[in-house]
Design a protein around this ligand. Structure first.
Ligand SMILES: NC(=O)c1ccc[n+]([C@@H]2O[C@H](COP(=O)([O-])OP(=O)(O)OC[C@H]3O[C@@H](n4cnc5c(N)ncnc54)[C@H](O)[C@@H]3O)[C@@H](O)[C@H]2O)c1
Length: 349
C-alpha cells in the first residue's frame, strides 16, 4: 500500500484520557482526508528528532521546536503553528532544513484585537473595582464616586506594531472617535493612512498615548522594548496593554511604576514567566488586570486556527503552497518545489 501523508500533532491537543483538549479544533477534515494518517506525539520539550522521523507535517501548539528537533530523515516538510507567535520555533533551523513554518493570522486577528478592546474598556471603565464595590453592597456603593472612569472620545490610542492584530484593533475601535497613533518601523504606510493612524517615533508613542497597546513579535529587537526609560515618558494617566509576549515588557520595571502609581494601570494577557511565581509582586497590584495568556481563547479563535492549520497541511499534501508561511525563502528553493511536485504526483492536485 502506498505510503500515507503522515501528520503529527503535539500532545497538548489531547488530554490524558485521550479526549480533545480543544473540541473547537475540528480534526474531522484531517481524519477523513484520503491518504492522510494522523498521530499525537508524546510530550517532550523541546520536541525530539526521533519523534518526528516518520512524519510529513507537524501541527504544533505550545511545545518548542528547536534545531535538535529536526528529524534526520528529511521527511518533515511543514511545521504549522497553532497561532501566530513563533518564538518557540527555531525558524533558521526550519529554513536550513527546507521546512515551511506556517502560522494562522486569519485565526487570531479578530480574537486578539477583541481582547485588547476588552482590556481597554475594562481598564478605563474601572470594571474590576466596580465589580468589587457592588459585592460590598452599601459600603461599596458609598465609594462609587471615588472611581470615576475615563471617557475615550478624543483620547489617543497608541500601538506598538500595526501588523495583523494591531491594524485590526484600529479597525474595531474606529467608532470610538479616538486619535490613532502607532510606532512600527516596518509598517504598511498605505494601510496606516487608510486607517487614519499617524505613524510616530518610538518615544512619541509612549509620550502621547492615553492607552498604549503592544502587538509586536518577541525577538532580540523587541525584548524589553517597553522598559523603565520608556515608562518614564508615559503620562501618569496612561494605561499599558500587552497581549503580545511577556518579555517584550520589562515586568520588574512595570511592577515598580504601577506600585508607585506613575501610570494609571495596565492590562496584561502575557507575563515574563508563565505561569507566574505565586509570590510575584505583580499579582498583588490593584491597578492591573491580568489574564492567563488566554483572553483571546474563544470557540471561534480555536476553530479558526485549527481550520487554517488543517488547510495548510492538506495544501502541502496536495502539492499546493500553503498560506501563512513565515520563512518564505523556503518556498523559492528547488528542494521545496521538488517536494511539492512529489506530493502532487502522489496525492493529486
Ligand atoms: N496573547 C495571545 O494569545 C496572542 C495571540 C496571537 C498573537 N500574539 C502575539 O501578538 C504578536 C503580534 O501578532 P500579529 O499577528 O499582529 O503579528 P504581525 O507580524 O502581523 O505584526 C507585528 C507587527 O510588529 C511590527 N514590528 C516588528 N518589530 C517592531 C518594532 N521593533 N517596533 C514596532 N513595531 C515592530 C511589524 O512590522 C508588524 O507590523 C505575535 O507575535 C504574538 O506573539 C499573542
Amino acid at each position: 500500500m502506498a505510503e500515507k501523508f503522515r501528520v503529527a500533532l503535539s500532545s497538548d491537543f489531547r488530554k490524558a484520557d485521550g479526549s480533545p483538549t480543544y473540541p473547537d479544533f475540528d480534526l474531522t477534515p484531517l481524519r477523513e482526508a484520503p491518504g492522510v494518517e494522523m498521530a499525537f506525539l508524546e510530550s517532550r520539550n523541546p520536541l525530539e528528532a526521533s519523534q518526528l522521523e516518520d512524519f510529513d507535517a507537524l501541527i504544533l501548539l505550545a511545545h518548542r521546536f528547536a534545531r535538535e528537533s529536526l528529524p534526520k530523515s528529511g521527511r518533515l516538510a511543514a511545521v504549522a503553528r497553532f497561532g501566530v507567535g513563533y518564538d518557540t520555533v527555531d525558524v533558521d533551523a526550519c529554513t536550513d532544513a527546507g521546512i515551511a513554518l506556517v502560522i494562522t493570522p486569519d485565526g487570531v486577528r479578530r480574537p486578539v484585537a477583541v481582547s485588547i478592546v476588552t482590556l481597554m474598556l475594562a481598564l478605563t471603565g474601572k470594571l474590576m473595582v466596580k465589580d468589587r464595590l457592588t459585592r460590598e453592597a452599601a459600603a461599596g456603593f458609598a465609594k462609587r464616586s471615588d472611581y470615576m472612569g475615563v471617557g475615550l472620545v478624543g483620547r489617543t490610542l497608541g500601538a506598538l506594531g500595526i501588523g495583523n492584530i494591531g491594524a485590526e484593533l484600529f479597525r474595531l475601535v474606529k467608532p470610538f472617535d479616538m486619535k490613532f497613533i502607532a510606532h512600527d518601523p516596518y509598517a504598511d504606510k498605505k494601510l496606516a493612512g487608510e486607517l487614519g493612524i499617524e505613524l510616530v517615533s518610538l518615544e512619541d508613542v509612549f509620550r502621547r498615548s492615553d492607552i498604549l497597546s503592544v502587538s509586536v513579535p518577541l525577538n532580540d529587537e523587541t525584548r524589553h522594548i517597553v522598559n523603565a526609560e520608556r515608562f518614564a515618558l508615559m503620562k501618569p494617566t496612561a494605561y499599558l496593554i500587552n497581549t503580545a509576549r511577556g518579555p517584550i515588557v520589562d515586568q520588574k520595571a512595570l511592577t515598580k511604576v504601577l506600585q508607585e502609581r506613575r501610570i494609571a494601570g495596565a492590562g496584561l494577557d502575557v507575563l515574563e514567566q508563565e505561569p507566574p511565581d505565586p509570590d510575584d509582586p505583580i499579582l498583588k497590584l490593584d491597578n492591573i488586570i491580568l489574564a492567563p495568556h488566554a483572553l483571546c481563547w474563544t470557540d471561534q479563535c480555536f476553530s479558526g486556527n485549527g481550520a487554517a492549520d488543517v488547510k495548510a497541511v492538506l495544501d502541502v499534501q496536495h502539492g499546493r503552497e500553503p498560506r501563512g508561511v513565515v520563512n518564505r525563502a523556503v518556498l523559492a528553493s528547488d528542494r521545496w518545489k521538488k517536494r511539492l511536485a512529489d506530493f502532487r504526483a502522489r496525492f493529486g492536485d
